[in-house]
Design a binder for this molecule. Sequence first.
Ligand code: NAD
Ligand code: ZN
Ligand code: ZN
Length: 368
Amino acid sequence: MHFKAAVFDGPGTPLAIEELSVESPRFGEVLVRMTASGVCHSDYHVVLGEWGAKFPLVLGHEGAGVIVETGPGVSGLQIGDAVALSWTPSCRRCRYCVSGRPQLCSNAVANAYRNVLPDGTTRLRRNDDQVYSYLSVGSFAEYAVVPESGAVRIADGVDPAIAALVGCAVTTGVGAAINTAPVAPGSTVAVIGAGGVGLSTIMGAALQAPERIIAVDLSDEKLDLARRAGATHTVHARDTDVVEAIKDLTGGDGVDHAFEAIGRAETIEQAYASLAPGGTAVVVGQVPTGVKISIDPMVMSGRELTLTGSNYGSSRPSIDFARILGLHSRGLLPLDLLVDRRIQLQDINTAFDAMGQGTAARTVIEFP
Ligand SMILES: NC(=O)c1ccc[n+]([C@@H]2O[C@H](COP(=O)([O-])OP(=O)(O)OC[C@H]3O[C@@H](n4cnc5c(N)ncnc54)[C@H](O)[C@@H]3O)[C@@H](O)[C@H]2O)c1
Ligand SMILES: [Zn+2]
Ligand SMILES: [Zn+2]
């Protein structure tokens, strides 16, 4: 079968809409017809050359679709099922999966993070050349073959744009606040960076009834969205000392939970420096390969500070996607405000322009 995909041949070239072919799903795999895909900063890191990858590559890892074919051995999904895609297709066997931490699955790290399927191969071809699928998803395409555990059944009737965002930004951000931290009722929170992931972190924190949520960003538009997502206070980072501003808003103490949702050394250091004694800083943003941070270990011990990381919101996609969509349908997570622009696949490069300018919360590709 042939279909259209946005193919990336490496940094410095725009994504190009091309015809690819796809093989039928093999053992434990499914073929998905994409209905929507979000554009995440983790795709942009690859576009900018900040993270290495093999090319040609179909980017996109925040997708939703419908099952159109199941491979041998697939028992949990049927043709016609609506799914949101997970970029950590867990093996369900390794020590991390078995101990309830599938977001750390060692087999997903070994294969999906190298942009191949669990058997180490790919299903996409451009003429005779193999084409990689980003994080075993590759959602900037009309079709994708993914591992069964990478396609999570969701209820019928969910807006595909919302389902797609649950595939990355929402689960990452909400999960960082409710699973990784987790934010305690009555505590104080700062979220540095209010893009798709940071706004979701604010929404997740707001569920936990904190005393205040301080959002920090460089864009007035994002800070406005942050207020609608649940932030009680905002700090414009340009021309402001962010750490001082957070301390001023917390009676000089600092915050109990600080989240960094950008992926820069400077802002991770700000999150850590904004903590009250006993506080926890959660690194959600992902830095360009090789970037290091500097912290003062004397302060860490003296004030009992915790610095931790969060991958995929410490979530278990097979149960958390439905949990999050349930909270949305009950009006408890205003996910709709994340969908800023809806575009067609051929306009994919404009999504990266908007991300570079920091304007759109999320651009979502819709497939007719
Ligand atoms: N840990 C995970 O599992 C995980 C999952 C998805 C994405 N990520 C990472 O999270 C980060 C954020 O992703 P996103 O899609 O929300 O990005 P985004 O581009 O949508 O948002 C980033 C936001 O940071 C703001 N910003 C930039 N520099 C700033 C500064 N110096 N001070 C304050 N604000 C600043 C921008 O204005 C923008 O609103 C990326 O590094 C991405 O790779 C991590
Ligand atoms: Zn992502
Ligand atoms: Zn595993």
